[in-house]
Design a binder for this molecule. Structure first.
Ligand code: FES
Length: 182
């Protein structure tokens, strides 16, 4: 028997001759066994759910914190007569102090019977804001903060909180301040 010629003709023997293996022209479509693939997918899904839950929890906490910092409240103080109607022409401002002498405020007459008043301290770094009738805004010259005259909301610049609003009570020709909404 010719054992030498038999060995050379078998595929095992050809590998042992250090000949390069020919790449399989038809590789399997799914190289990962099906069971392993299921395991990987389940693990990825659980990681995703955990990440999502953590993100939602963190977002809820952050929103609550922001709301807590931005919540507004109203405080009543001893009413004070701050002007008479004729003191303030329409579209002009009158400076007054409330609730203490160290709290400068601006009274604005928007129309015949419409008044608003706000703290004059910018909510950024407390510079005094200036009333700009033509723009219907308050302007802070320190860092260009802007606030709406209608409700004191921030229109631009670094301030994050609206101007504290002074509660008013117009009795006949008298304008009274009664509280502060911060
Ligand atoms: S102090 Fe008013 S914008 Fe900075």
């Amino acid at each position: 028997m010719d054992t030498h010629s038999h060995t050379l003709s078998s595929p095992v023997a050809s590998n042992m001759t250090n000949q390069p293996l020919t790449p399989n022209p038809h590789p399997p479509a799914f190289p990962i066994p099906w069971e392993d693939e299921q395991t990987v997918t389940r693990r990825n899904f659980m990681s995703f759910v955990l990440l999502l839950s953590t993100t939602l929890l963190a977002s809820t906490g952050l929103l609550g914190l922001v709301n807590w910092f931005q919540r507004r409240s109203t405080a009543q103080f001893t009413p004070a007569l701050i002007a008479t109607v004729n003191d303030v022409p329409i579209a002009s401002a009158k400076l007054f102090s409330y609730p203490t002498a160290h709290d400068p405020c601006l009274l604005i007459r928007l129309a015949e019977n419409q008044f608003v008043a706000y703290s004059q301290k910018c909510t950024h770094l407390s510079c005094p804001v200036i009333y700009q009738a033509q723009k219907n805004e308050f302007f802070c010259p320190c860092h260009a903060g802007r606030f709406a005259v209608d409700d004191g909301r921030v229109l631009g610049g670094p301030p994050q909180r609206p101007l504290p609003r002074i509660l008013l009570n117009v009795k006949g020709h008298e304008v009274w301040a009664t509280g502060v909404h911060v």
